[in-house]
Design a protein around this ligand. Structure first.
Ligand code: SF4
Length: 103
């Protein structure tokens, strides 16, 4: 057996393995922080109880009752803010039980 090919094969497999592990780690980190809506979460966690109590979801269960159409929603650059949730970031596509139609 050619030892150069064996070494090359080993290094190739090692590189592919590292990419797979690295990619998985990156996806896991993305998932932990909420992926695309990661920046729309409360970074302090101070409003977590209120979010849970009102069953907030990054994707509104009822598409006609999204945060973007709620009276308590304040539009902002990347994410909006919810005044009910201590003006912490929420997704424009999100929603919760406290939804109130914008006047
Ligand atoms: S109160 Fe309105 S803006 Fe706040 S999370 Fe619920 S639906 Fe969104």
């Amino acid at each position: 057996m050619n030892s150069n090919l064996s070494r090359r094969g080993f290094l190739t497999r090692l590189g592919v393995g590292a990419l797979v592990v690295g990619g998985s780690a990156a996806l896991a980190a993305c998932g932990k922080s909420g992926g695309g809506d990661a920046q729309c979460k409360d970074p302090t966690g101070a409003s977590d109880a209120l979010r849970k109590q009102n069953e907030y979801a990054d994707k509104a269960v009822d598409a006609t009752k999204k945060c973007s159409g709620c009276a308590l929603y304040v539009a902002d650059a990347a994410c909006g803010k919810c005044t009910l949730f201590q003006s912490t970031p929420v997704s424009a596509e999100g929603g919760c039980k406290a939804w109130a139609k914008k006047a």
